[in-house]
Design a protein around this ligand. Structure first.
Ligand code: ATP
Ligand code: MG
Length: 402
């Protein structure tokens, strides 16, 4: 009976007012939970945005930072100071900052410095210059020994003095001689010097590093000699290797007493080359080939034994050689039966292989002009006539096709 009374009392409290308040309370609670969720979400979002701001500020600061200057360490003074030469020329003495390990710096190391304060910011890896990197032949040139007309003796000699020391060094040891360190190809323009070197690159398994002398002539003081140093560093790193310096006269010209700053810079590059040639072991696995058409202006020091001590002269082709070159350059052409290579070779006697190539190209052009695919003797005759008629006194015919 008592129980039923209690129940009755409770029922009495559940008036509509109370239940509506209860409901309101429940709704408010829900809203509070919702608001809390929202707050958490917004706080998260805020954190994200703050991080974003930080990132952008860092980026901005990086963009605003002045560019760094590159310098080369000349000397280390009393363990904590460096004598650094900047690429612009002047030298500075700077302190090694604490965060940089002194062991990572040697004379010759490249460093990055603040433009205004010259403070050392970073030690650069001894990466090779793009020019040096670009000189490394990864894909072999397609020129092979079969693409060279005549010059059999020269090819034999270059194989003997370049490939043999790399492939069979024990042979030289047994005989008790040293292989020539450097090979210099000399000869008139267009006689096939570059062609021979390309063929060597094609046939060898060694890394082939090809650089043109003029690329080593740089605008800034000290850059040229650094390139030479890096060139040989790369050669040693990738050995067995062959370094080919084409147009050596660009840096190898005779040193003169007087001279402009530019001349002195070229001389410094040459001196670095001489030092590199002296520095490596002749029995080692780096070979050097150079080519020039101006041996007369080369510095004598280059030709001293122990440097470019094997000189291979690439002569002007004789008539037989010219015939062979004609055959090579007409190999891929459609020539009519009346083309007399013997006769053409005789007409071009005294001219270089480059002229032969020029004549073949020009003859092909005449055929195209006449709407033909087959090249006739008349085209060749016209081409010879055109190329042998020297337009200006002293200019070389056919050079444009070299
Ligand atoms: N013996 C040869 N056989 C076949 N082609 C030749 C020969 N000599 C020259 N040529 C042709 O002439 C072009 C120029 O030759 P190359 O570049 O080797 O001359 P070079 O001796 O290096 O001249 P330079 O001293 O002017 O650099 C070659 O691309 C090739 O087509
Ligand atoms: Mg050449």
């Amino acid at each position: 009976m008592n129980e039923s009374k209690d129940a009755h009392n409770q029922q009495n409290y559940e008036t509509p007012e109370i239940s509506s308040l209860e409901h309101e309370k429940w709704e408010l609670l829900q809203q509070a939970i919702q608001a809390q969720h929202e707050r958490m979400y917004i706080e998260n979002e805020l954190k994200k945005q703050q991080q974003e701001i930080k990132k952008l500020q860092q980026k901005l600061a990086e963009m605003r930072r002045p560019p760094l200057i590159i310098g080369t360490v000349v000397d280390i003074i009393e363990q904590e100071n460096l004598q650094v030469r900047t690429s612009g020329g002047p030298q500075f003495i700077i302190k090694i900052p604490e965060k940089i390990e002194p062991q990572s710096i040697k004379a010759g190391t490249r460093v990055a410095m603040n433009k205004d304060t010259m403070a050392l910011v970073r030690v650069l890896t001894p990466s090779k210059d793009v020019i040096v990197r670009g000189g490394e032949v990864i894909e072999k040139p397609s020129t092979s020994y079969d693409d060279i007309g005549g010059l059999e003796d020269q090819i034999k000699e270059i194989i003997e003095s370049v490939e043999l020391p790399l492939t069979k060094p024990q042979l030289f040891k047994k005989v008790g001689i040293e292989a020539p360190k450097g090979i210099l190809l000399i000869g008139s323009p267009g006689t096939g010097k570059t062609l021979i070197a390309q063929a060597v690159a094609h046939h060898t398994n060694a890394t082939f590093i090809h650089i043109v002398g003029s690329e080593l002539v740089q605008k800034y003081i000290g850059e040229g000699s650094r390139l030479v140093r890096e060139l040989f560093m790369l050669a040693r790193e990738k050995s067995p290797s062959i370094v080919f310096i084409d147009e050596l006269d660009a840096i190898g010209a005779k040193r003169l007493e007087s001279g402009t700053t530019g001349d002195r810079e070229v001389q410094r590059t040459l001196m670095q080359l001489l030092a590199e040639l002296d520095g490596f072991d002749p029995r080692g696995d780096v070979r050097v080939i150079a080519a020039t058409n101006r041996p007369d202006i080369l510095d004598n020091a280059l030709m001293r034994p122990g440097r470019f001590d094997r000189i291979i002269e690439v002569p002007m082709p004789d008539v037989k050689g010219l015939q062979a070159i004609f055959k090579i350059h007409t190999r891929r052409m459609k020539v009519s039966k009346d083309v007399d290579i013997e006769h053409l070779a005789n007409r071009l006697n005294g001219h270089s292989g480059a002229v032969v190539k020029g004549v073949c190209t020009e003859a092909g052009m005449f055929a195209i002009r006449n709407d033909r695919y087959t090249v006739k003797m008349a085209d060749f005759e016209a081409a010879v006539k055109k190329l042998l008629k020297e337009p200006h006194e002293g200019s070389r015919p056919g050079v444009m096709f070299g």
